[in-house]
Design a protein around this ligand. Structure first.
Ligand code: DAH
Length: 435
């Protein structure tokens, strides 16, 4: 078994259930801007949605994403099909992957370097595509089944019934293929409703790679098209793993993704553990066909940048990537892959328990959303420590919440207030009965 670290590939999971949960949350005003150009982005936008009410006054927060201006009200709506909270809106436009001095940007550049050296001038690079995509782009275009768990409101951030914050960079595959790109890398922030611990955060970064072959490519090799693509894929990604990790032991695991067949995961043996590095495979013919490529074969891969950066830079907690503390940011410089992070200090955690009788619609992701909404990055972990059902069939859960700042000691008063608010909102928003 590979160790489980920072967002394993979601789509290889086979459990298929949908739990519907729609809420509206209260909002405050975050603000963040980033300037960008990439002409590539605009057609990925659900344009009818994004251009309405843009300049409603006061214009407290307008982000520029992929060259398109997006207002807060384009993303967060008081509408039952919207489940985007303030904490998530405040992350849109941060674009850690476009900062050359940030571990995520340094890693992206190191991967670019590998592709530029191995395939000079071949791969088109996109790192500024808008994270707001349609349900069609995010799921249908890459053949995610209608009942797949990843489509649920519990797992994905919906802006409305047809529009989501992309949960993977695969959301851009079909469109770029349709536009005629045959070799491309897409890097971007992706969003998933999730649990709270040191390796999970509702926003993280992925890189997608796609290469399309023509009959000339495989005919010359003497093997069938699919084998040719699969062999080339493995060679390419083994080279990438060596470029990033040095001479490591690797193994290929057969798996399932809706968009590829055959599908694989690459694992490397690093620091005495098997680490899952990425998911990949030979692109389903249906995706190529719908993109107007009937006489081709292609490979694709997707990798999580945090997962790799945590290992390469020795970063112990995923929240650190979002820290503006100079003691974190000053440790990294452009082009310096794998500089080991030196923890500046470890402040003590504080644990608080909360117990309640759950109801039918209760999910842990919803609980974590409430906790993050109140404690933000002070919430380090939410752990189920007790779970029982009484004779009447009522189920009780007890969660232990760890509060810890990466930057300072928290006071008792501060933590008590957070916990008090958590108790209150868990009751009012999740309709559970506190014990
Ligand atoms: N989109 C997948 C995920 O987020 C990762 C992935 C797996 C991408 C296989 C691919 C692929 O392009 O071929 O879990």
């Amino acid at each position: 078994m590979a160790i489980s670290l920072a967002h394993a590939t979601l789509f290889s999971r086979t459990s298929l259930f949908l739990s519907r949960n729609s809420r509206s949350l209260t909002f405050c005003i975050p603000f963040s801007t980033s300037s960008s150009s990439a002409a590539a982005a605009s057609s990925s936008l659900p344009s009818d949605k994004l251009h309405r009410n843009k300049w409603r006054s006061p214009v407290a927060s307008v982000l520029e994403l992929g060259g398109v201006k997006i207002g807060r009200e384009d993303v967060m709506r008081d509408d039952p099909t919207n489940n985007v909270p303030d904490t998530i809106f405040s992350k849109l436009g941060m674009q850690l992957h476009r900062r050359d001095q940030h571990p995520i940007g340094i890693l992206k550049n190191a991967i670019y370097e590998y592709f530029d050296t191995s395939y000079p001038n071949k791969f088109d690079k996109f790192d500024d595509l808008c994270p707001i995509v349609t349900v069609k782009q995010n799921f249908d275009d890459v053949l995610v089944p209608a009942d797949h768990v990843s489509r649920s409101y519990n797992d994905t951030y919906y802006i409305d019934a047809q529009t989501v914050l992309r949960c993977h960079t695969s959301a851009h595959q079909a469109e770029l293929l349709r536009r005629g790109h045959t070799h491309f890398l897409v890097t971007g922030d992706v969003y998933r409703r999730d649990s709270i611990d040191s390796t999970h955060y509702p926003v993280f970064h992925q890189m997608e790679g796609v290469r399309v072959f023509s009959p000339d490519d495989w005919e010359a090799s003497g093997v069938d098209a699919t084998s040719h693509a699969a062999e080339d894929l493995k060679k390419c990604l083994e080279g990438l793993a060596n470029h990033l990790f040095g001479a490591v032991e690797m193994r290929w695991i057969d798996t399932y993704f809706p968009f590829t067949n055959p599908s694989f995961e690459l694992e490397i043996y690093f620091q005495e553990k098997w680490l899952e590095v990425l998911g990949c495979g030979v692109t389903e013919q249906e995706i190529l066909k719908r993109s107007g490529k009937t006489n081709n074969v292609a490979w694709a891969f997707g990798l999580g940048l945090e997962r790799l950066a945590m290992v390469l830079f020795d970063i112990p907690d995923i929240r650190l990537f979002w820290s503006n503390d100079e003691r974190f940011t000053s440790q990294f410089s452009k082009g310096q892959l794998g500089v080991k992070f030196k923890p500046f200090s470890k402040y003590p955690p504080c644990y608080k328990d909360i117990s309640f009788w759950i109801n039918e619609s209760f999910t842990e992701n919803n609980l974590c959303e409430v906790v993050r909404g109140i404690a933000g990055d002070l919430a380090e972990e939410v752990l189920l420590i007790d779970n029982f059902t009484n004779k009447k069939g009522m189920t009780s859960h007890c969660y232990r919440i760890a509060y810890r700042s990466m930057e300072r000691s928290l006071t008792d008063d501060e933590i008590n207030e957070l916990q008090w608010n958590v108790r209150e909102q868990v009751q009012s928003k999740l309709n559970v009965v506190l014990r």
